[in-house]
Ligand binder design. Sequence first.
Ligand SMILES: C[S@@+](CC[C@H](N)C(=O)[O-])C[C@H]1O[C@@H](n2cnc3c(N)ncnc32)[C@H](O)[C@@H]1O
Length: 197
Amino acid sequence: MADLLGGAQPYDPPSWFGRTAPLVLEIGSGMGESTAALAAAAPDVDHIAVEVYEPGLAQLLMRIAELGLTNVVLLRGDAVALLRERVPPASLAGIRIFFPDPWPKRRHRKRRLVQPEFVALAASRLAPGGTLHLATDWDDYATQMRSVCDAEPALRNTAADQPGGWTPRPDWRPVTKFEQRAHHEGREVHDLIYRRT
Ligand SMILES: C[S@@+](CC[C@H](N)C(=O)[O-])C[C@H]1O[C@@H](n2cnc3c(N)ncnc32)[C@H](O)[C@@H]1O
């Protein structure tokens, strides 16, 4: 695990992974269930997990060790600073944001991650053809994600022809405790996958 954001260590995925491969960034990996499972399922893809919650990163480290994964690097810190200051433009094959903090109270909504400025930044870091995959169990956040991403000229909704424009839940996305809780509490989960033009 690297404390990349506070230190002088360069951002250098080829040296971290010992190869050059498609690179996917997961923002807010939580306890790492999805990160570990998706990295194990895609050994030809390199994965960076960025998370501020250290106990979650520790859990992910244990999963990585248990599965013997060599295609995951963990970064501790703020994903927005990472994208803005370290990740080169047009360098990522994918960005995943699964169940970002919902900030459900109206007065807190400005704290939500998926806002126009952030989405423009994320889109600029995707290579052409790269994907931004979002999932949330909060209806109004899902609607906000749709409208913000629809308004970003560098992104196209891959499910524009689907009912409501939502991506059918991909069966390869693992069910985390956030999704289990949402089902338990009767909230619907929405996935959105946008492609960088
Ligand atoms: C609701 S949890 C979801 C975790 C995981 N994606 C899942 O589906 O189980 C959101 C996570 O995003 C992390 N997070 C929030 N803002 C972040 C940021 N700016 N940079 C990195 N991680 C962030 C939080 O610490 C938290 O662990």
